[in-house]
Ligand binder design. Sequence first.
Ligand code: F6P
Length: 506
Amino acid sequence: MQSNGEHRKIPDLKKLLADRSIILVSNRGPVEFEQDAAGNLETRRGGGGLVTAMTAISKEAKATWISAAMNDIERSLAHDDASVCLPDDSSSCLIKLVDIPEDIYNRYYNIISNPLLWFIHHYIWNLAYDPSISTGIHDAWHNGYVAANKLFAQAAVKESRKHRNPIIMLQDYHLFVAARYIRELSQEPFLFHFTHIPWPEPDYMRILPESMRTELLEGMLSNDMVGFQSRHYADNFLLCCETLLQCHVDWKAKTVTLHGHVVHVQTYPISIDHESLVEVGASDKVLEYEAKFMHDNEGLSLIVRTDRSDPSKNIVRGFRAFEVLLNKHPELKEKVKFLALLYPTRENIKAYNDYLDSIIATVNEINDRYKTDTWSPIHLRLEDNYLESIAALKCYDVLLVNPIYDGMNLVAKEGPVLNNKNGVLILSENAGATSELGNTSLVVSPFDIEGTAAAIYDALTMADYEKRARASTLREIVQRNNSVKWLYYQIKDIVRLEKKKVLDGI
Ligand code: F6P
């Protein structure tokens, strides 16, 4: 864990690692490989917060990044057992792809990881109706989730055998049980799992049948160390181990012991690579998008949100809050615009498609009701366009980040670093980022539409001096941490723990 004052040092990750290698394992890799018309390999940045954080790290350490092959090009790279370099010259990271047969991948990704686990971890099941843990879900657990985790485990062990003393860093909810299968194959690597999303309380975890939740928790406890975004989520994990597995939890030392194996439970709030982000923000393409936003919205205050179109992001309630605002403050008509840059996600899952439909229907309804000849209140873009999102973050007056629950939410950190209008951040009380940024943003309950509308109004009418002060404090807080430091504290704890084990003769 980061101690006071330590944030001022620039961590030397390379020195800390010496000649050791990191093997990162995640479902989605840093880039997607595609082929252009002439057959050349092209890359496109992978989406989401995990990629945002881990990409910076791959520049600092000798790393191999293992992820799932997502298209035919990637499957053929996997078959050739190719190690591909990241396109960025400054990176020494090699990418290895795992070919997971389609029927396994579908069960693992579209049935178990999302929605079942994702919806449990974000508390978004509508429990009177869903989920029903049917035969299909039991089948998807064994023949999808567990099967895919075994394939990732095999790939990680194969790669780890090429290195001396490797550290395997498993990422996120797709890989909760992988450590168990790694341990069955190899005793050597240090195993660390980081959960990027919230960890729920035991009662909500009980949605999973006993056999599944036991397998899941025991899978996590096959690691040497596990990490979470916040103390609250780490404590929820400890509670789950204590109440659902009845294993010994040392609350002071933050350890869990299962069958004599001690697992350390730590907290590492993830951050962004703000220097690279600012560079991207100054790129020609971003400046072009920014100029267009400013031109198209001249004289208007901009409320911005940029998210995957995920039910956990609470997008519809955000629009409803805006509607309440327009109702209560008709003077704001033609003076304000809500710019929603959303990218469609997990499109093979019905709940996601239904949610996207309700986003579109809500926007149409509000626009039809309030539009004038020269103005419509919401501008909705449905596209995965990273650079356009960066441009929008540069020009918000209000940034709305109101997830139902969120592990961290990196948009809340990217916004203040990029924004050049002293814009105000509105933040859900259930986002991980709120523990760091809550004091300098306007904090709302994600369910409270009235309260969110009031917060938007307060943000739009806030005095300039207050906006300036808040914006500069937010920037300063975000800049104190970065994604390299985030990794550095993890590795530092790993090295310390290994030394202690040697001293204790374990
Ligand atoms: O931690 C959540 C995460 O893994 C992030 O990378 C990102 O927010 C999202 O999920 C990506 O989801 P997917 O890979 O399903 O598009």
